[in-house]
Design a protein around this ligand. Structure first.
Ligand code: GLC
Length: 470
């Protein structure tokens, strides 16, 4: 192997011993976070003790799959957002109707980045969400016959769940204060009308009022929570209980069902770890990771997310490829920014078949095959590092659950996000990684990863439905 490549790839490999240590460090931060919360402190404030935010979801009821009715959701977690109408048909079946939009296209003013730019006042963002919902409500007669048999008649004021996938301090199910933006979103930062520090349920309700939209925010949830809830509703009865929700797309995060939540002073049983901010000296960050962090919108923040999630993998692959100092590669990548889809196409490249990525096809055309193979090996190493780190965090969460509830011998993890759902090799690696770490800890638990498409939108509607009935 080319010595330059060997060195780069080696710097990305995680040995089993290191994975065990990362898993143990994660368990330590998790236990510390629970204790801090129990004593009235804020997990995540002193990152040397606990870098996870461990937020209260205020969710107490996990649906059984038997609920029937109609409810709405708004789902915002990155550069897209959508309004969802969910028809709960019982027997774990949900029909959804949705309309989505991109925040980049939605603001044609002076900010080319659209509504996620720091100079856009927060109210503009919430106005845009409410108009998306209005559009869906105006077409609400589209309920399918089969389901409408069980569904409620359309109420005058629709119950709504808001999936807002950013760290929020949740005082109750329908009051959630944004702590800080993540995933490079910056709306309102440079204006008088900020979103950070504000209650996003209130901002959304005020936007409904401005536009005379007959909807009431019953719940604000994180996308991980939506995924756990909708997996619990939809999974087959033979599958084990769903106790963990994982998102692995633009951002990455986990929530889990904590059996002793009340003892640690939580109002709900589901804790949103906000593990994107996980930081421990044991984490393998090298010079490229540090470079990427410096040029991000929140240097020093979201260290774990910058190693694993879709928002950053393309950029990491790009930066590593440029480290090879190959003039032809530099030439190509100086005028093109790789995204995570390109990186995945590169990692799984088969020389005989064309890929879905234009840039990777161009690489195949103009670079010598030995160079393309080097780029492929680098890209694969970055995906594998991400999968291994995710295995460490999930195994740590499973170990937390089974150590304190030894009667649990099997559990499901609801999984959503294109990085894990669209890349089979990645999904497999995470599944094997978790089992092997649990075994190394001397424990037993069958863990099943259940793909839960659209979990965040459906979950919000489900939670709002349950809340509107209690
Ligand atoms: C970021 C957000 C977190 C969300 C995750 C996945 O890490 O801070 O709340 O769950 O992205 O979308």
């Amino acid at each position: 192997m080319d010595p330059r490549l060997t060195k780069l790839v080696e710097s990305l490999e995680l040995s089993k011993v290191l994975m065990i240590k990362i898993c143990q460090a994660f368990q330590r931060h998790l236990s510390q976070g629970l204790l801090i919360h129990k004593n009235g402190g804020i997990p995540g404030e002193d990152v040397s003790i606990c870098s996870l935010k461990m937020l209260d979801s205020c969710i107490t009821n996990i649906p059984s799959g038997k609920e029937t009715g109609v409810c709405y959701g708004l789902d915002f977690g990155g550069s897209n957002f959508r309004a969802v109408k969910a028809v709960l048909c019982g027997k774990g079946r949900i029909e959804i109707f949705q309309n989505s939009a991109s925040l980049k296209e939605s603001f044609q003013g002076h900010c080319p980045e659209g509504l996620v730019h720091a100079e856009v006042p927060g109210t503009h963002l919430f106005d845009r969400f409410s108009l998306q919902l209005k559009d869906l409500i105006d077409h609400r007669e589209d309920t399918p016959m089969e389901c409408s048999m069980n569904a409620e008649n359309n109420p005058a004021v629709v119950p709504l769940g808001f999936t807002f996938s950013f760290p929020c301090l949740q005082e109750s199910l329908n009051a959630a204060r944004l702590i800080t933006w993540t995933k490079e979103i910056e709306t309102g930062r440079a204006t008088e009308c900020k979103v950070e520090g504000k209650d996003v349920a209130k901002m959304l309700q005020e936007a409904f009022l401005r536009h005379s939209i007959p909807a009431r925010v019953f719940a604000v949830i994180n996308d991980t929570v939506g995924t756990l809830i909708s997996c619990a509703y939809q999974k087959s009865e033979d599958d084990p209980d769903c106790l963990i929700g994982l998102i692995l797309g633009t951002g990455s995060n986990v929530c889990y069902y904590e059996p002793m939540a009340q003892e640690f002073n939580y109002k709900g049983n589901v804790i949103n770890l906000e593990y994107g901010s996980f930081f421990d000296p044991i984490l393998p960050r090298n010079e490229v990771d540090i470079e990427l962090d410096r040029s991000s919108s929140n240097p020093g923040g979201q260290s774990f997310e910058k190693l694993v999630s879709g928002r950053y993998i393309g950029e990491l692959v790009q930066k590593y490829c440029m480290k090879l100092d190959d003039p032809a590669v530099l030439d190509l990548l100086e005028t093109y920014i790789l995204d995570t889809k390109d990186a995945a196409a590169l990692a799984t490249l088969e020389t005989s078949n064309p890929t879905s990525s234009n840039i990777v096809n161009t690489m195949k055309r103009i670079l010598p095959s030995s160079t393309v193979n080097i780029l492929k090996a680098l890209s694969l190493a970055i995906f594998n590092r991400s999968a291994d780190l995710i295995s460490c965090s999930l195994a740590a969460t499973v170990l937390r659950i089974i150590t304190y509830s030894p009667e649990i011998s099997r559990l499901s993890i609801g999984v959503d996000g294109s990085l894990i759902l669209k890349n089979e090799f990645y999904f497999e690696r995470v599944t094997c990684g978790i089992s092997s770490l649990i075994e190394s800890a001397g424990k037993k638990c069958d863990v099943k990863l259940i793909p839960t498409d659209d979990g965040s939108g459906k979950g919000a509607a489900l939670v709002a439905f349950v809340a509107s009935r209690s």
